[in-house]
Design a protein around this ligand. Structure first.
Ligand code: DNO
Length: 374
């Protein structure tokens, strides 16, 4: 989005693209028309939520989705959650077939103008919460919530059941039933996979796919562990600046980048988010960002908050300023929102609070740009 200002005002009009996650017309209660009506939206971060990890996203499927987005006057340059098959993460002999499928998906997406692919390398689970709709006492809204103490009494299978039962009938990324069907076997297998093994498997994957990305102009953007610490004894190796230094070094290329999720990394108060953005932004390793706020409630205990700085513990101005200073030409989306105004939808992905978030972030951006002397 190119911000244009009247000549007499300052403002450099630095490009940043504000986007919105959209799950497709059969799966999202939010419509493209509604997204288009949010001020300053340039496009969506797209997702074919019916694809199982490991499957090829075919050209006709991608074309159908992207044509629809374009017809609504929006772009689709970022695709999210092209999930990595567990066999790749575990380094099983079958991984080569799944990597070949992944490469075909990359090529198919690039063909339709996709520039950034968001993925993660978290064993078994994508994001984890102990409550998907915790009421925020101050205002009666609700949001996603995590308390490690509650987890202590739950087995992974309980947690999966709890999550799937409480998602208001919507699919949730990372919680696809087919992936979780073999949960117990997979958890057992991970017992013999140490963090260094997982890192080696990650390198094997990147060594295979990054040359293809370079060839077709695609950036792979890795999403951090959420929450930002190990859970259920699983190896998790993407939740700090030091972790990501290692990840970007696994295959040194501008196509090997990060989806910097402020809320995931920010679940751990030890992570200084503006500093992490500056560190990787200066090195050209930020592919896109998910920008949201969190409220810390104690040790390994937090809830998601409205985007405004004063609603949580992250300094959203410092975050937007770090983006502006080091990687302004990027894609951003407001991330999980609370459920407000009686909306019922996919946890974290309703319309209203994310629209408020986008507008607030655009406001910060305009102010930063107007005050910039660049
Ligand atoms: C959660 C999302 C994640 C993200 C994936 C990317 O709401 O941010 O599901 O899309 O980790 O693979």
């Amino acid at each position: 989005l190119l911000l244009c200002f009247p000549k007499e005002t300052k403002g450099v009009g630095i490009a940043m693209k504000m986007t919105f996650r959209w799950y497709g017309e059969n799966s999202d209660a939010v419509t493209l028309k509604q997204i288009k009506q949010i001020p300053g939206m340039s496009g969506v971060m797209g997702f074919l939520d019916y694809k199982a990890a490991g499957e090829v996203w075919t050209a006709p499927e991608i074309r159908a989705y992207i044509d629809e987005v374009h017809a609504a006057g929006l772009e689709c340059e970022v695709i999210e959650s092209v999930n990595v098959h567990e066999d790749i993460k575990m380094g099983l002999p079958t991984r080569d077939g799944y990597i070949a499928n992944y490469i075909e998906t990359i090529r198919n997406l690039a063909e339709y103008g996709v520039k950034v692919i968001v993925y993660n390398f978290m064993p078994v689970f994508d994001w984890l919460r102990t409550d998907l709709a915790r009421v925020i006492p101050e205002d009666g809204s609700n949001s996603l919530y995590f308390d490690e103490k509650e987890l202590g009494t739950m087995t992974p299978v309980d947690l999966v059941r709890n999550t799937i039962d409480n998602c208001n009938g919507f699919s949730l990324p990372g919680w696809e039933p087919e992936r979780l069907a073999e949960l117990e076997t997979t958890l057992e297998r991970y017992k013999s996979i140490a963090p260094d093994d997982l890192r080696a498997n990650w390198k094997y994957f990147l060594d295979a796919i990054i040359p293809v990305c370079e060839e077709c102009g695609v950036v792979m953007a890795c999403h951090p562990d959420d929450p930002a610490w190990p859970i259920f004894g699983l190896p998790r190796i993407a939740h700090s600046q030091a972790d990501f230094d290692q990840i970007v070094a696994l295959h040194d290329s501008p196509s090997n980048a990060i989806c910097l999720c402020t809320g995931s990394l920010g679940s751990n108060p030890d992570n200084d988010i503006p500093a992490i953005i500056r560190h990787f932004g200066e090195r050209g390793r930020i592919g896109c960002l998910h920008v949201r706020n969190v409220k810390h409630l104690g040790y390994h205990h937090f809830r998601e908050a409205a985007h405004l700085s004063s609603s949580g513990d992250l300094d959203m101005f410092a975050i937007m300023k770090a983006i502006y200073d080091t990687c302004p030409d990027t894609y951003i989306r407001p991330d999980h929102g609370r459920m407000i105004w009686n909306e019922s939808g996919r946890p974290g992905y309703g319309l209203y609070d994310r629209a408020l978030g986008a507008t607030y972030l655009n406001g910060l951006w305009e102010a930063i740009d107007r005050m910039s002397t660049k």
